[in-house]
Design a protein around this ligand. Structure first.
Ligand SMILES: Nc1ncnc2c1ncn2[C@@H]1O[C@H](COP(=O)(O)OP(=O)(O)OP(=O)(O)O)[C@@H](O)[C@H]1O
Ligand SMILES: O=C(O)[C@@H](O)C(=O)CO
Length: 433
């Protein structure tokens, strides 16, 4: 096994797994840390944790357990995967987990690169941009759990971790692989542990992938994963095509009734919900009812969805808690973090009942939301299928007949929920081919 990925949420895990497969690495995604002795074949394996927003001690313990299992498979590189919008404030878990992984692996240096240019995330002089905006000016400033008010990755890493941070700037990246390696070494010798890597294009990620392919520990987003995959994938185009065919076969979505569950409040998810609302039956979640009795209310959501006909070109129903920033601020001012937790718990209860009731295709928006839903469905791993949008592959549960599309908050086009419907339904309601 070449690469072992420790992902801090479930959509992030499917995101990087999809890019590793698309760039030539046979990859499996595991849900949680498998039992000791579990083996997996292939070039890369991704462990999905739900460790982005829990207490740092738990995130560290879960990540170290994942590391131990990945080391037992003989992984020669560990990749700490976090969000392309960082999603980690001054008190976040990325630094503590990176510190612990470095100590356990026995290295004094790693890189920090959440860039994902294809989805508009770029890094320039160590500052993270979302599209044309600094991270702190983008919709991420209103995130319900991790509002991002700083865009400087060096500062964020130094606030969270024990080490010092430095940056390899675009100018160096453009001088090529050896220049990047030399700069990382120069920074290491000067006492830096966290080297932020600038990247504003896939060409930069190609250089960076080659430059860091031999490092014991790297950290970042799926863009860096793709760059490393392109650097280390042994095969020729024939093998890559064969892998793509195998992935398409293993991950192609099952036929049967579906559901769309939206718990992300991102700008893009708000637009996707608004677009789908005009086309499909919608259940708008009442947060106060989630707080009052999440399990009973979740079951009620599921009964509503199961009663919606899906024949005759009708799209899957939508259950949504997605809220605009001003509405969310009001809810949070009133109930604090309990509101988000209650919504997640209600979605988990709904998911269990929906699967029992025969739903086989789950489209879920939001990383935390996807974590709750996937854990409720009690699956152990995913085969990775074709990408619906960059960073969102179809995945198929390995131990029960379920297809899922786990969408990171800001990923996908406005038509994303339509794009997830079977071809015969898209033919009736529109959407991408
Ligand atoms: N109306 C609401 N009121 C309060 N909390 C909500 C509401 N709707 C959703 N939430 C909560 O907000 C959180 C959204 O986080 P989630 O990770 O699912 O989405 P995201 O951050 O947009 O996605 P990603 O992490 O993939 O970028 C979840 O905990 C969800 O339960
Ligand atoms: O990197 C991203 O943006 C996503 O994979 C993610 O982690 C969202 O939760």
């Amino acid at each position: 096994m070449m690469i072992g990925v420790i992902a801090d949420d479930f959509t992030g895990a499917t995101d990087i797994a999809g890019f590793l497969v698309a760039n030539g690495l046979a990859t499996t995604q595991m849900i949680g840390v498998p039992e000791a002795g579990t083996t997996v074949e292939g070039d890369a394996v991704v462990v999905s944790l739900k460790s982005r927003s829990n207490p740092a001690g738990e995130a560290v313990a879960d990540s170290l357990a994942a590391l131990e299992w990945l080391q037992s498979l003989g992984c020669r590189q560990i990749f700490q995967k976090y969000c392309s919008t960082f999603d980690s404030t001054a008190k976040g878990n990325i630094g503590p987990v990176a510190d612990a992984l470095m100590a356990a692996i026995g290295t004094d240096i790693t890189v920090v690169c959440p860039a994902l240019p294809i989805n508009g995330r770029s890094i320039y002089k160590g500052y993270l941009f979302v599209g044309d905006q600094l991270l702190q000016e983008s919709g991420m400033k209103d995130h319900p759990i991790t509002p991002m008010t700083d865009s400087n990755l060096m500062r964020l890493m130094e606030m969270q971790s024990k080490g010092r941070a430095g940056v390899v700037t675009t100018a160096t990246v453009e001088r090529g692989v050896e220049a990047v390696r030399a700069e990382i070494e120069r920074l290491r010798a000067s006492g830096v542990s966290y080297v932020v890597l600038d990247a504003v294009s896939d060409a930069h990620l190609d250089v960076l992938g080659q430059a860091v392919a031999d490092m014991a520990l790297v950290t970042g987003g799926s863009g860096l994963g793709a760059g490393i995959a392109r650097a280390v994938a042994t095969g020729d185009t024939g093998r890559i095509e064969e892998l793509a065919r195998a992935a398409a076969e293993a991950g192609t979505p099952l036929h049967g009734p579906g559901i769309v569950i939206s718990g992300s409040c991102s700008v893009m998810t708000n637009a996707q919900v608004a677009a789908y609302r005009d086309l499909a039956p919608v259940f708008d979640v009442d947060v106060e009812r989630c707080l009052a009795d999440p399990d009973a209310y979740g079951a009620e959501m599921a009964e509503w969805a199961l009663a919606q006909p899906q024949d005759g070109g009708r799209p899957a129903p939508l259950i949504t808690a997605t809220a605009k920033p001003e509405v969310l601020r009001g809810i949070q001012a009133r109930y604090g973090a309990a509101a988000s937790e209650a919504v997640e718990r209600a979605f988990a209860a709904a998911a269990r009942r929906l699967a029992d009731g025969g739903i086989v295709r789950f489209v879920v928006a939001g990383g935390e939301t996807s974590g709750s839903v996937t854990q409720a469905l009690a699956v152990s791993g995913f085969a990775i299928g074709p990408q619906i949008a960059p960073g969102v592959p179809w995945v198929r549960a390995v131990d029960r007949p379920l297809s899922l599309a786990l969408k990171s908050g800001n990923f996908g086009a406005e038509s994303f929920f339509v794009d997830c419907q079977p071809a015969e339904i898209r033919a009736v309601i529109g959407g991408a081919a």
